[in-house]
Design a protein around this ligand. Structure first.
Ligand SMILES: NC(=O)c1ccc[n+]([C@@H]2O[C@H](COP(=O)([O-])OP(=O)(O)OC[C@H]3O[C@@H](n4cnc5c(N)ncnc54)[C@H](OP(=O)(O)O)[C@@H]3O)[C@@H](O)[C@H]2O)c1
Length: 407
């Protein structure tokens, strides 16, 4: 016998041990007494031929070499009173391990985390479990979680295949064992976009801007829009949508770098609210027909003061109150006298309606540069605590994405 004989399907696996990628490989015999691993998934990588001196069945050898690997995770450690404190609110725990090939799945699958999104709403999850909200709380002693993309490395689930990518709620671990697809759906990497974009402009923040703008802005050419946190993934997307609808856009952010980005993507008036008076800008450039509110507090109060009759207020977020006391809104009575409509929303209630349209429309435009985005990549789960803080404080430069692992 001098040709390959298929002996056994090794099933799912990952890159470790002797450095052999076992996902999609089959083991056979190349020449009498010689072992080979042959890829069966159609990729062009070369087969792996064991030396003739390798007489022991390499599957056994590999299983001996495949020690459990590290499964680092981020734990919620204590409920913060103000800003989250890395190392206190959350801690990185590098001690867990996982045996990817042998961990019992009980009909589920193992997901390897690739990218994780860091979002402002996470601060709302750092609360006492008694406080009810639209999202579940983080539990002290348990891993934190958030939106991300992972790749399936081993599966016993009939609807989930090794090699598939899933987007949705992921625990902050390098690998997670999942029972089912609850909160997850398959996602394809298309148009040459990296996975990081699929949690940013082509993920939940992009959906927030795209879907709520469509649903609530009643955009009219020539109208004036005011967009806050315009340097972030939601605000920067809204700026571009308002410009596409022919509006004049006033946009604010907390650093000169973000101001530059807002100008680059088309904002007519872009300013740093920390160094320039928001009131003076709105007095000069208003009145406002659409206010996209990401901040609440004093700026919302000013937006009411400089709103036009019949203005639409889209209440997306109020980050000025996420880490401390919320300021009462003094000018709320102007809602009556100016016939202002105020619409709050949570994105998951709009997703069903617009999801297909979003994925057909947005990723190709991002890939062609017709819609622009900016991101800040943090490497490794151990950076999550700092990343969460930076998004709350505004020391982030752009959409924060944690790159946990390459494919
Ligand atoms: N309703 C929904 O379903 C939904 C979904 C997604 C996001 N959101 C909301 O949308 C907003 C933007 O989200 P994102 O993902 O695009 O966030 P992001 O811009 O990446 O990060 C949040 C930004 O908020 C700004 N900020 C922090 N504290 C502030 C304060 N006291 N006053 C003014 N600005 C402050 C900072 O930017 P500066 O440098 O500009 O200060 C910070 O970078 C957040 O309020 C978020 O909660 C809502």
């Amino acid at each position: 016998m001098d040709r390959l004989v298929i002996v056994v399907d090794l099933g799912g696996g990952s890159n470790r041990g002797a450095g052999i990628m076992v996902t999609g490989w089959r083991m056979g015999i190349a020449q009498p007494g010689q072992w080979i691993y042959k890829r069966t998934d159609g990729t062009k990588r070369s087969n792996y031929l064991f030396p003739k001196s390798q007489t022991e069945n390499p599957k056994l050898l590999l299983s001996k070499q495949m020690a459990p690997v590290r499964n680092g995770r981020v734990l919620f450690n204590s409920i913060p009173t103000g800003y989250p404190e890395p190392g206190k609110t959350t801690v990185y725990d590098a001690t867990p391990t996982i045996d990817i090939d042998n961990a019992p799945l009980n009909g589920g699958f193992i997901l390897k985390t690739l990218v994780l999104s860091i979002d402002p709403y996470m601060r709302g999850m750092m609360r006492s479990p008694e406080t009810k909200s639209y999202s579940d709380p983080y539990f002290v002693g348990q891993p934190t979680n958030g939106l991300g993309v992972g790749v399936v490395v081993r599966s016993e689930h009939p609807d989930v295949k090794a090699g598939e990518h899933l987007y949705g709620g992921l625990t902050h671990e390098e690998y997670s064992i999942r029972k089912d697809l609850n909160g997850l759906r398959t996602i394809k990497k298309e148009h040459g976009l990296p996975w990081s974009v699929y949690v940013g402009a082509a993920g939940m923040p992009g959906m927030t801007a795209y879907m709520a703008w469509k649903e609530y802005s009643k955009a009219k050419k020539g109208d004036v829009a005011f967009v806050t946190t315009g340097g972030g993934p939601v605000g920067s997307f809204v700026i571009q949508l308002a410009k596409l609808d022919g509006m004049k856009v006033i946009a604010s952010a907390g650093s000169d770098e973000k101001v530059k980005f807002m100008k680059d993507i088309g904002a007519d008036v872009a300013f740093n609210y920390k160094t320039t008076s928001t009131e003076e800008i709105l007095q000069k450039e208003g009145p406002i027909d659409v206010y996209w509110d990401n901040v609440g507090g004093e700026i919302l109060d000013l937006a009411l003061k400089y709103a036009s009759v019949g203005a639409r207020f889209i209440e997306c977020g109020m980050i000025s109150g996420y880490n401390g006391a919320r300021k009462p809104i003094e000018n709320i009575f102007l809602v009556v006298s100016k016939s202002i409509s105020i619409q709050g929303f949570i994105i998951f209630r709009l997703e069903e309606k617009y999801r297909d349209e979003f994925y057909t429309t947005v990723p190709p435009k991002l890939a062609k540069g017709e819609l622009k985005y900016s991101e800040e990549i943090v490497k490794g789960l151990e950076g999550i605590g700092e990343a969460m803080l930076s998004v709350q404080k505004g020391t982030n430069k752009a959409k924060v994405v944690v790159l946990v692992a390459e494919e």
